[in-house]
Ligand binder design. Structure first.
Ligand code: NAP
Length: 275
C-alpha cells in the first residue's frame, strides 16, 4: 500500500510494483491527517508493507505554513504508523537528507546526529524520531534531490528555463546527490524484499552542486544556454538549505544494493522525458 502514489516517487513506485498486488493512494483518496480514514483504508486492505511517500514537500512553502507541514509530515506520518502498528504491517517511511545541517564535508552516515535547519526539515526529523519510538522495526529511507518524470523537478525546470533564456544563474555552494525516482523505487522494492529495518540512505552515486547538475543537464540536452555559478546568498530563499547533504551509501551497500551514478541516471531520465 503506497501513500503518496500520485507524487514523483509514488508514480515510480507504482511502476516498479506493477507485477504485484499494490494499492496506491493520493491525498484525494485518503488524507493522512485524518486518523479515521487512514485506519479504515489500512484495515480494509491489510497490506504486508506500507510505503509512506506522502508529504508536504514544498520546502519554502513549509516556512509560511508551519502548521500544515507538521500536520502532514509528522502527525500524518504517525497516523499511518499507528494504523500499520495495529494490523502488524511493515512500514517504510521516506525521509530526507535535509534532516542534517550540512556542516560536514564528507558523506553523512545513518547514525550522524540530526540537526534540521528549516520547518520542512524539522517536520521530517521529528517524524523519524516518533516513528522509531512507535515502530522500532520500521525502515526509514533518506533520499535527496529527487528527479523523475511525472512531476516538477530540477532538470525539468532547468530545461524549461533554458528554452526561454540564454543564461541561467545556479547556486554552486550546495552539494548533494541527485536521485532518479526510478532508481530509488527499485532500491525501495529491494529493501522491502530484504525485510530491511532501520535507517538506510538511498541516492544515486556521486555528488555535485546544483550548478554542476544544471551544467550536466544542459550539456546532455545540447542546449546552447549558458549556466553561471552563483552563491546561495545571491539567491535568497525562505527555507535554509544544508550546504552539504551527501549521504553515504554504506547502509544501502550492506543490503547488497548498489546505485548507478547520477550522471547515468540523468541520461536515462532525459531519454525518458523525450520519448
Ligand atoms: N523531492 C525531493 O527532492 C525529496 C528529497 C528528499 C526526500 N523527499 C521525500 O520523498 C517523498 C516523496 O517526495 P515526492 O517528491 O515524490 O513528493 P511529491 O511529488 O510532492 O508528492 C507528494 C505526495 O504526497 C501526497 N500528499 C500530500 N499531502 C498529503 C496528505 N495530507 N494526505 C495524503 N497524501 C498527501 C500527494 O498527493 P496529491 O497528489 O493528492 O497532492 C502526493 O502523492 C516525500 O516523503 C519527501 O519528503 C523528497
Amino acid at each position: 500500500m503506497i501513500f503518496g502514489a500520485s507524487g514523483l516517487l509514488g508514480r515510480a513506485l507504482m511502476r516498479e510494483w506493477n507485477e504485484d498486488e499494490v494499492i496506491g493512494l493520493s491525498s484525494r483518496d485518503v488524507d493522512i491527517r485524518d486518523p479515521n480514514r487512514v485506519r479504515e483504508a489500512v484495515e480494509k486492505v491489510r497490506p504486508d508493507w506500507i510505503i509512506l511517500a506522502a508529504a508536504y514537500t514544498d520546502v519554502d512553502g513549509c516556512e509560511s505554513n508551519q502548521e500544515l507541514a507538521f500536520a502532514v509530515n509528522r502527525d500524518g506520518a504517525m497516523q499511518v504508523a499507528s494504523a500499520a502498528h495495529r494490523i502488524g504491517a511493515k512500514l517504510l517511511f521516506v525521509s530526507s537528507d535535509y534532516v542534517f545541517d550540512g556542516k560536514k564535508t564528507f558523506p553523512y552516515e545513518t547514525d550522524d546526529a540530526r540537526n534540521p535547519l528549516g520547518v520542512y526539515a524539522r517536520s521530517k526529523a521529528e517524524a523519524e524520531i516518533r516513528l522509531q519510538d512507535l515502530l522500532p522495526q520500521c525502515c526509514i529511507v533518506r533520499t535527496s534531490w529527487l528527479f523523475g518524470t511525472g512531476g516538477k523537478c530540477f532538470p525539468d525546470t532547468i530545461l524549461k528555463l533554458a528554452a526561454a533564456r540564454p543564461v541561467l544563474d545556479v547556486v554552486n555552494d550546495q552539494r548533494g546527490s541527485p536521485t532518479f525516482s526510478t532508481d530509488l523505487a527499485r532500491a525501495i522494492s529491494q529493501l522491502c524484499r530484504n525485510h530491511a529495518r532501520g535507517i538506510v540512505h538511498v541516492t544515486n552515486a556521486g555528488s555535485c552542486s546544483w550548478f554542476e547538475f544544471a551544467r550536466a543537464i544542459l550539456q546532455l540536452s545540447s542546449s546552447p544556454t549558458e549556466v553561471r555559478p552563483i552563491g546561495t546568498q545571491q539567491m535568497p530563499r525562505p527555507a535554509p538549505r544544508p550546504a552539504y547533504s551527501v549521504l553515504s551509501p554504506a547502509s544501502l551497500q550492506r543490503q547488497g544494493i548498489f546505485m548507478p551514478t547520477w550522471q547515468d541516471a540523468l541520461a536515462r531520465y532525459l531519454r525518458e522525458r523525450k520519448s
